[in-house]
Design a binder for this molecule. Sequence first.
Ligand code: DAS
Length: 369
Amino acid sequence: MQLPLQLPLQLLNPLKLVTGLGLAAFVSLSSLSGCAVAQPAKPTVVILATGGTIAGAGASAVNSATYAAAKVPVDKLLAGLPELASVANVRGEQVFQIASESFTNDNLVKLGKRVSALVKQPDVDGIVVTHGTDTLEETAYFLNLVVRTSKPIVVVGSMRPGTALSADGALNLFDAVSVAASKDAGGKGVLVTMNDEINSGRDVVKLVNIKTEAFKSQWGPLGMIVEGNNYWFRAPVKRHTAQSEFNIDDFDVLPAVEIVYGYGNMPRSAVDLFGNAGVKALIHAGTGNGSVADRNVAALQEVRAKGIQVIRSSRVPAGFVLRNAEQPDDKYDWVVAHDLNPQKARILAAVALTRGVDSKELQRIFWQY
Ligand code: DAS
């Protein structure tokens, strides 16, 4: 009986070891049957690398927070994770090599178009986007709105560079590829795998800026991934991907939508500045339930009178802004961002305004997406 020369440890059957049959009794199925057992073809996952900490490098293993992001190329990331071959056939593309705080609307559009082109290819089963964590939530939401597919798209980053002790990138990336290769991950919108959780790209936000358990959704994760197995507990109810009315193939430029941040003593100058800068919409990141200082109500009304959409979000990380509560939105013809934080509200408003919608349609879109 021909024993396989290289017996991968993970193939040892612990039951046989425990019953004393040990290695001698271990035989591969192929030698028993005398012919190769056909292995199911592995899914093909394309990894689009954009930079960030997951591609970062520090001077020493104790540098878990002091390092340079966007240094390691995608082929080295993949070479450093041979375990990926156990879950999918993977290939990588270096789309950008930047820290994600430097992302622009043009980066979003270019990435979205590449994802859209790849998911149309019949031999591509899933997509992983490696990304910096700073604006990961914005990119994940953008792709969730504009890529018309039911194939899994997973955005992933890390809070520590691969050079650090207890680096989180390798397992996050393995999880991302494993989820992207899973049929049961399809149709759930864009997903984010960080720290063993599978979150919705719509809901997830970076809530902590200094530890590996950084990403949370106030509505909870969709599921968890443990040792390559997905455990689902809920599914998204908002429109996304294949059910979206938006399509990255329909536009090349995102309209200018900016954000003003609310705080005590906030002057009207920021509102006035953007009101005269040609923006198509202004997100007001208000205090509390999207509150607007009295001196800024007039400033926002003037902005609205110029045909610029005004959208009330909140600087408070959880909850959602109620229409006509802190401000008479019907009277002022303003929109509320629902549960979207200011940066996600900016993404949705920009995507919606590629179709030149009015305020009534824009509010419908904020309820549905
Ligand atoms: N600068 C951060 C970024 O690229 C690093 C990271 O956390 O990924 O988003």
